[in-house]
Design a protein around this ligand. Structure first.
Ligand SMILES: NC(=O)c1ccc[n+]([C@@H]2O[C@H](COP(=O)([O-])OP(=O)(O)OC[C@H]3O[C@@H](n4cnc5c(N)ncnc54)[C@H](O)[C@@H]3O)[C@@H](O)[C@H]2O)c1
Length: 247
C-alpha cells in the first residue's frame, strides 16, 4: 500500500527529540525520505539511525543563515528537490516581562521566529524549483492567548502565525502551501525542562477537556496531514492540537 507522503523529500527541524522526532518517524513510516536535522547532531543521528534507509541526518542551527545555505546545497545535490518542510525547532524559557532581559529575548526570537523565517526562505527556494511543496510552521497555544510567564515565547509563537499567513499568500502562485499547527500541552523534554516541578501527566489530565496530556504523535498526525496532498486546498490555515484546552 502506498504511504500518505510516498516519494516526498521532507526536512524536519529540531528533530533530535520530542515532537520533531515523532514527525520524522511518522513521515518516514508513510513513505517520505526524511532529512532529520537538529542543532544537536548526535541526537539527529540517533533518530535517523532508528528510522533507517528512509532518512539521513544533518546538523542545522535554524537561527544561522549559513547553516541553512549549507544544508540547502546538500539537499540540492542529493535530491534536487524538496517537497516538505516542518519548521519545528524551538525553545521555551519561563520568564515574564521583568525577568526577560534583552539577551534572552533575542535568543528566543532568533530560534523560534527568525528560524521560521529562514526556513521558509530556504525551503521555498528549493520547493519553487521542485514545482511546489508544503511548509508546516509550529506555533503553540501560547500563540493564541497570553502566557505572561513566557513573554518572549508567547510573542514568537504569535509571530509564527503572522509570518505563515503572509508567506502563504506570497508562495501560493508557486504551489507552495504554508500552514500552522498550534500544539497544546505535549509530553516532551521541553515541558519538563521549562517547568521542572510540573507533573506533566496530571497537568494535562486537569487542563485538557479530553482528559490527558498530548503525546508527540498526536501533533505528528496533524503535521502528516498538512505535508500530504490530502490538505491540497489548505494554505494560510491553522490546526489546533490541544485536546480542547483553548476551546
Ligand atoms: N511541548 C509542548 O508542550 C509544546 C507546546 C506547544 C508548542 N510546542 C512547540 O513544538 C516544537 C517542538 O517542541 P518540543 O516540545 O518537541 O521540544 P523539545 O525541546 O523536546 O525539542 C526541541 C528540539 O529543537 C532543537 N533545537 C533547539 N534550538 C535549535 C536550533 N537553534 N536549531 C535547531 N534545532 C534546535 C532541540 O535541540 C530539540 O531537539 C517547538 O517549536 C515548541 O515551541 C511545544
Amino acid at each position: 500500500m502506498r504511504g500518505r507522503v510516498e516519494g516526498k523529500v521532507v526536512l524536519v527541524t529540531g528533530a533530535g527529540r520530542g515532537q520533531g522526532a515523532a514527525h520524522a518517524r511518522l513521515l518516514a513510516a508513510e513513505g517520505a525520505t526524511v532529512i532529520v536535522t537538529d542543532i544537536h547532531k548526535d541526537e539527529a543521528a540517533a533518530v535517523a539511525g532508528a528510522i533507517g534507509d528512509a532518512s539521513w541526518h544533518a546538523r542545522l542551527d535554524v537561527a544561522d543563515q549559513a547553516s541553512w545555505a549549507e544544508l540547502g546545497a546538500r539537499i540540492e545535490d542529493r535530491h534536487g528537490r524538496l517537497d516538505g518542510l516542518v519548521n519545528n525547532a524551538g525553545i521555551a524559557v519561563m520568564a515574564d516581562l521583568w525577568a526577560t532581559d534583552l539577551g534572552l529575548f533575542e535568543r528566543i526570537v532568533a530560534i523560534n521566529q527568525t528560524g521560521t523565517y529562514l526556513g521558509m526562505r530556504f525551503g521555498a527556494e528549493l520547493m519553487k524549483r521542485s514545482g511546489g511543496g508544503s511548509i508546516v510552521n509550529v506555533s503553540s497555544i501560547a500563540g493564541s492567548r497570553a502566557d505572561p510567564l513566557f513573554l518572549a515565547y508567547t510573542g514568537t509563537k504569535w509571530a509564527v502565525r503572522g509570518l505563515s499567513r503572509a508567506a502563504a499568500r506570497t508562495l501560493a502562485p508557486d504551489a507552495i502551501r504554508v500552514n500552522v499547527v498550534l500544539p497544546g500541552i505535549i509530553d516532551t523534554p521541553m515541558l519538563t525542562e521549562a517547568l521542572p516541578e510540573l507533573d506533566v501527566a496530571a497537568f494535562g489530565a486537569q487542563t485538557a477537556p479530553l482528559g490527558r496530556t498530548g503525546q508527540p504523535v498526536d501533533v505528528a498526525r496533524a503535521v502528516l496531514f498538512l505535508i500530504s496532498d490530502e490538505s491540497a486546498y489548505m494554505t494560510g490555515a491553522e490546526l489546533i492540537v490541544d485536546g480542547g484546552v483553548t476551546a
